[in-house]
Ligand binder design. Structure first.
Ligand code: HEC
Length: 110
């Protein structure tokens, strides 16, 4: 009986001090820096581009928009409307005029 108690003590000490396998196998997580091509990160144009940068980069790159042909204002308005209605882009109505202005200035056609 006494022998068994000692054995239990040794056993639980071993269990408590040994590190479980999953802890030893956890991968080391480190930070890394990724250099992305600067061209497609943001819409150029500084503060004029704030509205479009804040609203139009969640789902695709700026290039997706900038590589489109020049379009008349009405076409850009409906394009922004399509992003909101069809693709459910969470865009604040009050940002729409600034976005359309930017698109007309950058990729507009009369
Ligand atoms: C909720 C996601 C989402 C957001 C936010 C979004 N778009 Fe899109 N956009 C899409 C999808 C999806 C497509 C279609 C992609 C494809 O055909 O491969 C698309 C395509 C486009 C195209 C290519 C032409 C076309 O109609 O397919 C243009 C231009 C465009 N978006 C402009 C914008 C502009 C401007 C904004 C900001 C007002 C915007 N997008 C925000 C989802 C989004």
């Amino acid at each position: 009986m006494r022998h068994a108690t000692i054995m239990m003590g040794v056993l639980s000490a071993a269990l408590l001090t040994s590190t479980p396998a999953w802890v030893q196998q956890a991968p080391a997580i480190t930070s890394t820096t990724v250099e992305l091509p600067s061209g497609d990160q943001l819409f150029p144009g500084g503060s004029d581009a704030d509205a479009i940068n804040n609203n139009c980069l969640a789902c695709h790159s700026a290039d997706m928009v900038l590589n489109q042909p020049a379009l008349p204002k009405a076409a850009w308005e409906s394009e922004v409307g399509k992003m909101i209605k069809t693709y459910r882009a969470p865009i604040d109505e009050s940002d729409v005029p600034a976005i359309v202005d930017y698109l007309v200035k950058t990729k507009g056609k009369t």
